[in-house]
Design a protein around this ligand. Structure first.
Ligand SMILES: [Zn+2]
Length: 1082
């Protein structure tokens, strides 16, 4: 997902957390998996992946499972292909009903065109609303995960972040739903499978999804009312809260800036990769709307006025400027009825011509830009430069065939660690990790970018030269047949599988279609890939791959003068200089104010706070439609699981329809591993896949995996088990292939596990520097995850192990390891061998398989053969991993403008007995108390709590938070909040339904099988799930009150970890004498 995280603005990539979840990822790029994150790259309204973070918590299992499937090696989710197919949706299409033409006509719509799209087994009809010109795609099929989306073209003309602030604000109350945040009510109390909003550089997108029809239409109505009739255009305070405002609590204090988007963007601008991506985009498009930041530059956001804000809504949030999408198995006529109710209230406007995106003309000369980014003081600054080459490929949009071929070329050059451009850059030793996202075609004109970070000052010209010479070489020599075949198989596999992870398939199709539709092109065309793919295949077969790809490299890159080279220099003073400048600016503002002004500002600050903290009246809350408890199934979703035995090894089988794909996990017990080897495990996993064997170089091994399977990944998994001293600690090998290739799949898993040799010192060294770069990135962009891991490491053994393999301790380990690779490679190599010896044994093995019954039984013989080859050895005793980190309060100091603040304690230590009500309560705390205090009035982008029911650790976390100690006070107030809480039945029902919506999260078959495996490993039985569900459904106010004393354990005995800016930590330590022990990490 993260191709764009590397380049652009990904404000909160779920991958950041995803990666944290599964410890070290295999490689730092994922040019492939664009579709599910297509939207994630830009700005989302909420930091919605908080549940993904809850690694070990009760509900994270489904999410973890599905989100993993979008990880790099796993699957080709390239937008070019991946989002196109819904083949695996279900059995053959029934007679799919389309909207009746008469109904459409009567409701004021005109049918523009209609097609059956075989690729997604859908009937798609494009309508135009006659009165306003609103366009509407009605896609009908048998997918129960229904999707609605409305998209407006919203090109900004400056970097004040209007589109982004508007995206946040329209969901803060509307005509029919006049409460503070209907969005939050939906988040709390609906069965949505997706709910968010995104801002792109030129459009704003409001999607919802649900499998429950009644729930679905509720969501649609709230969204339609929100975009067309929001309160925010009359309500200055919403603008202040979501956008920016001056805050002054007392005239004697300093004025500060507050605002949710303001802080979200400060966080974005604290990340060097994001800064680089923004600089590149703006430099590539100096003359059109992409030359400014739609998300908002923190320096420019405070220039935005309320008038401009209102005008932007009036102009662009109009049906004439809207594109609307419905998808799924609901009644197409109902869709028309719903829309006409809204659209008929408007007349046509000039918006479509005013919002048109003008193309950027091509340069005649290349451009070079040098920028500074905020760096820490530690480490060798000389080696922290970044350099990236960027091309604008064309002065107009490309045709689909060319785009598809470019996507293929992108995969060939950069798609896997074995891809030539990627390989040569990493092997050069000139930098730590790849930056730049390869081909990017989500905007009007396609781009290509590639570069390195962790580069020495003097090596920058060498990197540029290496990129150019490698591209020239590829154009001259072409690609290996094996590589082309591997890419082709990966792409075709992905098409058939159509695995969008936790992202609804209908949404991924919508984003694909919108990518062209938004520019007035055909919305059907991007959904149809069969013919262009077949054409591409036959061209490659007839003319050879060189004839197909070389001209593209030459035309679009080598002979293209529209090239922007960006060099980013580390500047250890930048963060504090920026902060000082902001402070000075605010002091000037204050100095210019009269005493009355200041009193007025303090009064306005109070008024806003009061408004934010006053709950909505019950009658307002009741107007948000909600399901009743009768609509909720009484039983948990059961996953078919058969526990059997092959050659004495436990085998779990899940008979599910997977469209002929076999998914498998081979699990090895890690508990006998020596403690000091734990931090090496992630690198061990990477070595298995990227080191090569006696007979195969790593390139050959990778190509073989690409040609024969849908991907193999290896990673450690650790969690506490409730009621047990010892944690669950395993290495999981995950693989998938067409069922007919099960033999190849298990042979390759065997090869990876047994035949790979740990001999390549140079490659290992690259793994270390890549991992280090990744950890540093995670620290800046996902500090909440780092804080959570650190707190767990202080509270339990499983947490300690995970932190050794993915937290600050791991980063420290990597820093030390870099030198050791040079001095003691033999030692490291034999440690890797020792890990293999310790893990690989039939006795400690477990196999999990998901496919339909026949494919499962057909695969058994290959499993059996695979197990025969595993060494057998008596179970050794568990290693005693009794380690924990000291339980002091820590501040991990990094160069940033925003903080991540955490506090946690183990509730089981205080004698708490788990009940399902705890899920409802912690959900409610997140959605009300923390949302209102940490986000709405505190100005952080996110604030939430998690309860890991396996370990008992309850933690509070904030995300991109301007505060530090204040946030801790809010956490400490949670017990009192619960004690004073009054909830009516309605609110309680919503809290329960919202919790069920998490528990019943929508899953594709592979995720179901994986969840079932994790439950097995963690000893969660069906009876328990049933009991928890009953407890959730019968949660009462009394449970909330009782939980108050339990949660006070965090206040009284909790441990605090913050990832924060040096200035804020220093101030905090002054205020509360040396509260934090300071640790410098970057
Ligand atoms: Zn946002």
């Amino acid at each position: 997902m993260e191709r764009t995280a590397l380049v652009r603005s990904l404000s909160c990539s779920s991958l950041a957390c995803n990666r944290f979840l599964f410890s070290a990822p295999k490689h730092s790029r994922s040019f492939l998996s664009k579709s599910p994150s297509a939207a994630a790259r830009y700005h989302r309204r909420v930091f919605s992946n908080r549940s993904i973070l809850r690694r070990n918590s009760w509900r994270s299992l489904p999410l973890a499972a599905s989100s993993h499937s979008s990880s790099l090696r796993f699957g080709f989710n390239n937008r070019h292909f991946g989002s196109l197919s819904v083949r695996a949706v279900a059995s053959p299409p029934k007679d799919i009903a389309g909207a009746g033409d008469e109904v459409a006509e009567k409701l004021g719509f005109e049918k523009v065109s209609e097609e059956f799209i075989g690729e997604c087994k859908s009937k798609a009809v494009l309508f135009k609303h006659k009165r306003t010109g609103a366009e509407f795609m009605s896609v009908s099929n048998d997918d129960e995960n229904k999707v609605f989306g409305i998209v407006f073209r919203t090109p900004p003309k400056d970097s004040t972040g209007i589109p982004h602030i508007l995206e946040h604000s329209v969901l803060c109350g509307s005509r029919k739903y006049p409460l503070k945040e209907p969005f939050v009510e939906l988040l709390k109390g609906s069965l949505h499978t997706f709910l968010n909003a995104f801002t792109y550089p030129d459009r704003t997108c409001y999607p919802v999804a649900s499998t429950n029809a009644k729930d679905f239409y509720n969501l649609v109505d709230v969204y339609l009312d929100a975009v067309f009739f929001p309160k925010c255009i009359e309500d200055f305070q919403t603008f202040q809260q979501e956008g920016w405002h001056y805050e002054l609590n007392d005239p004697s204090e300093d004025i500060t800036y507050k605002g949710v988007v303001f802080n979200e963007m400060k966080g974005v601008y604290s990340q060097p990769d994001n800064l680089l991506g923004r600089t590149a985009q703006q430099a590539l498009f100096p003359d059109n709307t992409y030359g400014v930041d739609s998300g908002g530059d923190p320096l420019v956001i405070p220039k935005l006025t309320f008038e401009e804000f209102k005008e932007f809504h009036r102009k662009y949030y109009h049906p004439s400027n809207a594109r609307i999408w419905f998808y799924g198995d609901d009644d197409p006529n109902e869709r028309l009825r719903i829309l006409s109710e809204y659209l008929d209230l408007f007349d046509a406007s000039k918006a479509p011509s005013e919002s048109k995106i003008e193309p950027q003309k091509l340069f005649s000369e290349p451009v070079r830009i040098v920028e500074k980014y905020p760096a820490g003081e530690g480490g060798d600054l000389k080696k922290k430069h970044m350099v990236c080459l960027n091309w604008l490929l064309s002065d107009k949009p490309l045709d689909l065939q060319t785009e598809l071929t470019l996507g293929f070329l992108d995969h060939l050059m950069l798609g896997t660690p074995a891809s030539p451009l990627r390989k040569v850059l990493l092997e050069s030793g000139l930098g730590d990790a790849i930056i730049g996202g390869g081909v990017e075609d989500e905007l009007l004109q396609p781009q290509f970018s590639i570069g390195l970070k962790g580069v020495s000052d003097e090596d920058i010209p060498k990197v540029e030269e290496l990129i150019m010479s490698s591209l020239r070489k590829l154009a001259e020599e072409g690609f290996d047949m094996e590589a082309v075949e591997a890419s082709m198989n990966t792409i075709e596999f992905s098409l058939r599988e159509n695995n969008t992870g936790s992202f609804p398939r209908g949404l991924s199709l919508m984003l694909r279609s919108i990518g062209k539709w938004i520019y007035d092109m055909d919305p059907f065309e991007p959904l149809k890939y069969e013919k262009p793919l077949a054409d591409l295949k036959s061209r490659i077969a007839e003319e050879g791959s060189k004839a197909v790809f070389s001209p593209l490299i030459e035309k679009f890159i080598l002979n293209n003068p529209h090239c922007v080279t960006i060099e980013m220099q580390p500047d250890p003073e930048k963060a504090s200089r920026d902060e000082a400048a902001e402070k000075e600016n605010l002091e000037k503002v204050k100095a210019s104010m009269t005493e009355e002004d200041l009193a007025e500002l303090a009064r306005a600050t109070q008024e806003l706070k009061l408004k934010q903290e006053t709950p909505d009246p019950p009658e307002a809350l009741r107007c948000v439609p909600s399901l009743s408890l009768h609509d909720i199934p009484k039983e948990p979703i059961r996953i078919p699981t058969e526990v059997g035995d092959i050659n004495g090894v436990k085998v779990l089988q899940h008979d599910l329809f997977t469209n002929d794909v076999l998914y498998t996990e081979v699990v090895f017990d890690m508990s006998s591993l020596k403690q000091e080897l734990l931090p090496l495990v992630p690198l061990f996993c990477q070595s298995l896949l990227e080191m090569g064997s006696k007979d195969l170089t790593f390139v050959q091994l990778n190509q073989l995996i690409g040609r024969k399977t849908g991907g193999i990944s290896v990673y450690p998994f650790t969690s506490s088990i409730r009621g047990k001293e010892d944690p669950s600690s395993h290495m999981i090998v995950r693989g998938k292939s067409m069922a007919g290739r099960a033999d190849d799949l298990f042979n390759l898993i065997n090869c990876v596990l047994q035949e790979v040799q740990f001999t390549d010192q140079q490659r290992f060294k690259q793994f270390v520097s890549q991992s280090k770069a990744r950890m540093e990135n995670r620290l800046r962009g996902g500090g909440h995850g780092i804080a959570a891991a650190r707190m767990s490491a202080k509270l339990n053994v499983a947490g300690w192990i995970s932190e050794q393999m993915g937290g600050v301790s791991y980063l420290e380990f990597l820093q030390a390891l870099e030198e050791k690779v040079d001095n003691d490679w033999a030692g490291i190599s034999s440690s890797l061998e020792e890990i293999r010896k310790s893990l690989l044994s039939r006795e400690g093995c477990l196999v999990n398989m998901t496919a339909d019954g026949k494919n499962l039984s057909d695969s058994e013989k290959f499993v059996s053969k695979f197990l025969d080859l595993l060494p057998s050895k008596p179970l050794v005793e568990r290693s005693s991993w009794s380690a924990r980190l000291p339980s002091n309060n820590e501040a991990i100091v990094i160069p940033t403008q925003v903080n991540y603040v955490g506090k946690a304690a183990n509730l089981y230590d205080k004698g708490y007995q788990l009940s399902g009500s705890a899920y409802v309560i912690s959900n409610h705390i997140s959605n009300t108390w923390l949302w209102e205090r940490v986000r709405v009035s505190g100005g952080a982008y996110g604030g939430f709590c998690n309860f890991d029911t396996h370990s008992g650790v309850f933690n509070f976390l904030s995300y991109r938070d301007p505060n530090l100690l204040k946030t801790l006070d809010i956490y400490d107030g949670t017990g009192d909040f619960l004690r004073k809480l009054e909830v009516d039945d309605d609110t309680l029902t919503k809290a329960i339904i919202g919790t069920i919506s998490d528990v019943d999260a929508y899953q594709l078959p592979d995720a179901k099988g994986y969840s079932s495996l994790l439950r097995y490993l963690l000893g969660v039985k069906e009876e328990e799930r049933q009991r928890r569900r009953e407890e959730i459904l019968s949660t009462s106010l009394k449970d909330f009150k009782e939980f108050a004393d339990t949660i006070d354990a965090v206040k009284d005995n909790g441990v605090t970890v913050a990832v924060a800016s040096p200035d804020d930590v220093e101030a905090a330590n002054k205020e509360r004498s040396d509260f934090f022990q300071v640790k410098r990490a970057l």
